[in-house]
Design a protein around this ligand. Structure first.
Ligand SMILES: NC(=O)c1ccc[n+]([C@@H]2O[C@H](COP(=O)([O-])OP(=O)(O)OC[C@H]3O[C@@H](n4cnc5c(N)ncnc54)[C@H](OP(=O)(O)O)[C@@H]3O)[C@@H](O)[C@H]2O)c1
Length: 257
């Protein structure tokens, strides 16, 4: 791909995206990453020697696609500095929740070639679910080029901008609700005498098949729940549901408030 790509912020999500692109053999030839944290630069450049990792923001900021991979409280500063480096055709792709296209545009003196994407970590293995919303100033050619790049990361459905924070809770943070449970099962499997590989393979297939049965079998949720008569965690289910409701509704309020 000939499009040049820059990242402002060289932390986890930048490494996830670069890993997914590299795995798909789709790393653009010209990639630059800026981060003020030297540790992040060292780690990212070790993993991606193809990328120019730098402590100068102007280098990635002058690329065709500029990903904003910083936390929401940092966006104010980043956008104020970035606006001086923009070219006419720069496409800005924000990965941060909270900051709307309108608010980002205002901070950058009315610049509107902006995309928002809420990626998730499975993009690392090209199995991401990465909803996107485009500003109306992003034309069809730019959309096409952007889609071509992110298609390698997984699914990237176009959604209404105001739904992105819901996806931040469900799909961006979603893996964190589940990974520790898979690992707890793997540890149990080992304690029952399975090898780590056999336990992982079994859990992997169980998890993918479980989601498929619930969402794609054609059975109703109650019919699915009734497929297994023994439910060893039954007494804890309401507590777990309540933990989800309390923690995640509060987080959603923070992201949208
Ligand atoms: N990780 C995910 O799976 C994921 C998924 C969806 C969306 N996102 C979003 O992506 C954004 C970044 O998340 P992350 O997971 O990559 O976090 P992260 O690993 O903490 O990386 C953020 C990086 O930005 C650096 N930074 C701080 N100030 C900066 C500045 N002024 N300019 C450029 N970089 C600066 C940080 O350095 P310091 O550590 O020194 O502060 C850090 O290296 C967040 O808005 C997050 O919500 C992440």
């Amino acid at each position: 791909m000939n499009t040049t790509v820059g990242f402002i912020g060289g932390g986890r999500v930048t490494r996830i995206i670069l890993s997914g692109l590299k795995k798909a053999d789709a790393l653009p030839k010209d990639v630059a990453v800026y981060d003020p944290n030297p540790d992040a630069l060292v780690l990212t450049s070790k993993l991606f020697p193809e990328a120019a990792c730098t402590d100068r923001m102007d280098i990635p900021a002058s690329k065709d696609f500029v990903f904003l991979a910083v936390h929401p409280p940092i966006m104010d500063d980043v956008l104020s500095t970035l606006k001086d480096f923009l070219k006419d055709n720069t496409l800005i792709i924000s990965l941060a929740p909270r900051w709307t296209i309108g608010a980002m545009s205002e901070k950058m003196g009315g610049y509107r070639r902006i995309v928002r994407m809420i990626p998730n970590a499975p993009s690392q293995v090209n199995a991401g679910y990465n909803p996107v919303a485009f500003s109306d100033a992003v034309g069809s050619d730019a959309k096409k080029a952007f889609r071509e790049l992110v298609a390698k990361l997984g699914d990237s459905p176009e959604v209404a901008e105001q739904t992105l924070e819901a996806y931040a809770i469900l799909t961006a943070m979603g893996p964190t609700y589940l990974w520790f449970q898979f690992l707890a099962l793997q540890e149990l499997g080992r304690s029952f005498g399975l090898s780590a590989d056999d336990a992982s393979a079994a859990i992997f297939r169980m998890v993918t098949g479980t989601a498929e049965t619930l969402f794609e079998s054609g059975l109703s949720p109650s019919e699915v729940l009734d497929l297994i008569p023994v439910t060893p965690l039954k007494h804890e289910e309401e507590t777990i549901r309540e933990i989800y409701r309390t923690n995640l509704q509060e987080l959603y309020r923070k992201l949208t408030g």
